[in-house]
Design a protein around this ligand. Sequence first.
Ligand code: UD1
Ligand code: UDP
Length: 355
Amino acid sequence: MDVLSVVGARPQFIKAFVVSRELRRDHDEILVHTGQHYDEELSDVFFEELGIPEPDHNLGIGSDSHATQTAQMMIGLEELVDEYEPDVLLCYGDTNSTLAAAIVASKVDVKLAHVEAGLRSFNRDMPEEMNRILTDHAADILFTPSERAVDNLESEGITDGVYNVGDVMYDSLLWAREEGAEHSTIREYLGVGDTEYLLATVHRPRNTDDRARLETILASLAADPRPVIFPTHPRTIERLERYDLLEMAEENLTLIDPVGYLDFVMLQAGAEIIVTDSGGIQKEAFFLNVPCVTLREETEWPETVAAGGNVLVGADADAITGALADPPRSSSDSEPYGDGKAGETIFRALSELSE
Ligand code: UD1
Ligand code: UDP
């Protein structure tokens, strides 16, 4: 079958790596990069490191307002769907690239498959939550990472075409943990090979676009005696500059550019605690059994909290400090996200559908 896959942002390259390497065993894949992420360290590095084939098309859309960005992606994607007439349009996660693919597919004769379907944070102020809901309701084939995701879909009346395959990021993490242990030297390079340290990332608009929240988070991290490695998303750098917080951050934290996937997984594996507002990183912390302090009020990955290894602290100074002093520990051996073979399971499901 012909599959047109759409990616655009950092976590989608990691997810597509898992599915693409399986898919290409027996199907033709046309890989389209929307260009949502375009900096070398947010895009190219993943293609090189993970051996993802060069995209057949890069729409080069870049950054803009939600509507402009999504609309421009739709125009480019519609042309490609018309040109290739694929059997399936495959999209990942919850970004604007996901939504653009979903809307285009829903208006033409192509089946829409969504990897990471059924996730809900139940916070409709998050752009990603709207992207998830709209994409799932447009999708014909829904690959969920967990039983809870299946339940979420059922409660919205979606039961057809749902395949609970497990989480593709578990597959990629298992691979990266081995590769990283062999090839990454980032911990030595940063001088934390034998040192206790924290790893932190912040990129959600709710935290970056609110000066008070951002300052509270930085101050709480700065108060910890351990070094804090802080790979900084370009959105966050831009806000730190705008709010005049960059100097304070640089004085107290180890700000570095975003790093490649293998280096990042190794930084996670060696950290005492991970502090983040990322979706993917909460899960990776869970897989690596590293305590996670999540700078949000809710999460679309509640299984990690239920297992005990993740705590939601928002941007509350006392809650952050308390969690750093007494980090959450996973108390269960539950494996809510499958067996690390989601890519293979997706491949089999798509192959059966093509017969
Ligand atoms: C996007 C996704 C978010 C995901 C994140 C992964 C949406 C609505 N958001 O957020 O769900 O968690 O990717 O990292 O789709 N920028 C650069 N270089 C780049 C890309 C972006 O400098 O290569 C800067 C630009 O100033 C841009 C800002 O980052 O305005 C935000 O980029 P954007 O892609 O809109 O959203 P993210 O915050 O990256
Ligand atoms: N990641 C990375 N380098 C970094 C920060 C994150 O490779 O400097 C990886 C991380 O391991 C995870 C993914 O990027 O797999 C998470 O992406 P992000 O936090 O940008 O997005 P989200 O998951 O919140 O959508």
